[in-house]
Design a binder for this molecule. Structure first.
Ligand SMILES: NC(=O)c1ccc[n+]([C@@H]2O[C@H](COP(=O)([O-])OP(=O)(O)OC[C@H]3O[C@@H](n4cnc5c(N)ncnc54)[C@H](O)[C@@H]3O)[C@@H](O)[C@H]2O)c1
Length: 377
């Protein structure tokens, strides 16, 4: 019998953006077996997709509640061990809550919930039930992001003075000026997306990234968001000033109307002794800057990288790795946790990231609404 981890999928159907990333990631290290799913709310579409990707339809269920009820009837040795929640945002909380209550492990897409209060509820539940919970802030799985984290932790940069994270996309530009298109985009609908579009979708990636690599918590923020039209309820652009310490400050810039930008996510951390810069669209290069020295470019798979970074590369240096590999590394870490193997806690983002992310989203919106004021996190 296969010793692969029995894996269930919620959402992520053939019509989705993110489903294929998770399926490839889960298969990358031969650790997971796609065992059951509700890929889509429509049962026929659901079954058709299972057939298309060649998995048995025995455990393709009509909806989430049926799936949980039926799986719980199975002996533990056959039951799904971990579910991935890949649905639109409003379903993350009810699904994660029920799964944690029912004793399942969870891999959840971001943003973790719709509200900060829900995030705190999930956190309490996970603490009580001790399930494994991973939040797929995909970019933390890149080898050079992991390297950045370890170099900063070792003190390579000295005291951090400034952080600058930017996530610029332009995909909402062709939508926002057309009312018809706007109404069919779930990310612009607060009932499906939550109170924020831009900060909730990509600002939160940038926020999690800067806390992940620096190991520091943001203490307070001041946000200036843009909705572009009075009848658009959701922010689609914004700049957030950050205070991480008395003398450690920064800026987070996110936009979905930065016309024609794709996934221009960049991170720069400036310390007393040096700086590190990384770009998501060019992820295999990490730039190390020092006063009076030529710039150094670090690349994945070389022995000078940390154990955590090297654990995230599969081939000799020079074979480019990308976003599928980054997500694969997150799934690899979760598999170690499920199998009770030793792992570095940086191998996958956790419930704590989700709670802090939801606090960031709500506080950004509140800071903006209350007249662009500083607010504690
Ligand atoms: N980690 C990342 O970098 C990243 C990137 C993109 C999207 N996401 C997140 O992934 C999630 C999904 O985003 P997307 O772009 O793939 O959305 P999408 O709209 O493209 O796909 C959503 C999928 O969920 C399915 N679905 C909807 N309701 C369902 C239900 N009740 N039961 C089962 N399935 C249902 C849909 O049929 C579809 O297959 C979002 O929360 C988003 O924020 C994360």
């Amino acid at each position: 019998m296969s010793n692969k981890i029995r894996w269930g999928v919620l959402g992520g159907g053939g019509d989705s953006l993110i489903g294929v990333l998770h399926r490839v990631a889960a298969s990358m290290f031969d650790a997971y077996q796609l065992t059951g799913a509700v890929f889509n709310p429509d049962f026929d579409t659901n079954v058709a997709f299972a057939k298309e990707i060649g998995i048995s339809t025995n455990r393709i269920y009509k909806d989430f509640d049926t799936m949980v009820a039926e799986e719980l009837k199975l002996p533990e040795s056959e039951r799904i061990q971990v579910f991935s929640i890949l649905t639109p945002n409003f379903l993350h909380f009810p699904m994660a809550k029920k799964l944690l209550e029912s004793g399942f492990n969870v891999i959840c897409e971001k943003p973790m919930t719709m509200t900060y209060a829900e995030a705190l509820e999930l956190e309490a539940l996970q603490k009580k039930n001790n399930n494994i919970f991973a939040l797929t802030h995909t970019y933390t799985g890149y080898p050079m992001v992991r390297q950045m984290k370890k170099m900063i932790a070792e003190g390579t940069l000295g005291e951090i003075q400034k952080v600058d994270v930017q996530y610029y996309q332009g995909w909402i530009n062709p939508i926002i000026h057309d009312k018809e298109k706007r109404s069919t985009t779930w990310r612009l609908d607060p009932s499906k997306s939550g109170i924020s579009c831009c900060m909730g979708d990509i600002g939160v990636h940038a926020y999690q990234m800067l806390e992940f690599i620096t190991g520091m918590d943001v203490k307070s923020i001041l946000a200036d968001l843009n909705h572009l039209y009075d009848d658009n309820q959701m922010d689609i652009d914004g700049t957030v000033l950050l205070r991480l310490g008395k003398y450690t400050k920064g800026v987070l810039r996110a936009s979905q109307i930065a016309t024609a930008e794709e996934n221009n996510f960049t991170v720069a951390v400036y310390g007393k002794k040096g700086s590190l810069k990384w770009e998501q669209e060019n992820p295999n290069y990490l730039y190390h800057l020092e006063d009076g020295e030529p710039i150094k470019t670090l690349k994945p798979g070389n022995a000078y990288n940390s154990k955590l970074s090297l654990d995230g590369t599969k081939l000799p240096p020079g074979h480019p790795e990308g976003i599928f590999d980054a997500m694969g590394n997150i799934y690899k870490g979760v598999a170690k946790a499920i199998r009770n193997q030793v792992y570095d806690e940086a191998e996958f983002p956790s419930m704590r990231d989700g709670v802090r992310g939801m606090n960031f989203i709500e506080t950004s919106v509140a800071s903006h609404k209350e007249g662009n004021i500083w607010k504690e996190l």
